[in-house]
Design a protein around this ligand. Structure first.
Ligand code: GRF
Length: 198
């Protein structure tokens, strides 16, 4: 978005990030927010796994964190707690970054058009799990990652950006995942920023 005539830039969008694990994509989003022209600021990192390594990383880097295990409660109650934490932090947009839990239709509807996800395949290929093994098994020449809007359909929303890598002879799911992940760390901040500016 262009700067106003006064020279004042538009306020940054307040971003919440949901994670379940190591949080390397979350870290790439937090690090990118240090750029003066970044259109978002990360105001909360929340997790369904209190022990997620990414939560500790976020806290060490001064980002507010929130953890809520879904164990022992109905899904609606768990999601209400996540939703309340996001709203208390003034979150305007949500980035899923290795968040391994399906969001309910209700949650998606409450945040419609304001949730994005990164998925490790060239969507619409290989929605769901084990994307790299499936791409190798299929004999594909390339793999990659997609940033997409989140809708009620798993990995089915509009694709905002993709990164591609070749599949090499001898690749395993792990070696391919590592090559794709390095691209994810560039793709996610870049695509998120472009989407927020649009
Ligand atoms: C990434 O491969 C991402 O595409 C997928 O889950 C993985 C999360 O990794 N959705 P990390 O927690 O960001 O390191």
């Amino acid at each position: 978005m262009a700067e106003a005539a006064t020279g004042a830039s538009s306020p940054r969008k307040r971003l919440g990030i949901l994670i379940s694990g190591r949080g390397s994509n979350m870290a790439s989003l937090v690090e990118a927010a240090a750029a003066p022209d970044c259109p978002y600021t990360v105001v909360l990192v929340a997790s369904d796994k209190p022990e997620a390594a990414g939560l500790a990383w976020a806290a060490e880097h001064g980002v507010p964190t929130f953890a809520q295990s879904p164990k022992g409660m109905p899904k609606a109650e768990y999601e209400a707690k996540i939703d309340a934490a996001l709203r208390a932090a003034g979150v305007e947009a949500i980035a899923l970054a290795g968040y391994m839990r399906l969001l309910s239709d209700d949650f998606v509807a409450r945040w419609r058009g304001r949730i994005v996800n990164i998925h490790p395949s060239l969507l619409p290929k290989y929605k769901g799990l084990d994307t790299h093994a499936r791409a190798i098994e299929a004999g594909d020449a390339e793999a990659g990652a997609s940033v997409h809007l989140v809708t009620e359909e798993l990995d089915g929303g509009h694709v905002l950006g993709q990164a591609r890598v070749p599949i090499l002879a001898g690749d395993t799911a792990d070696s391919l995942a590592a090559r794709v992940l390095a691209e994810e760390h560039k793709l996610y901040p870049k695509t998120l920023a472009a989407w927020l500016r649009s």
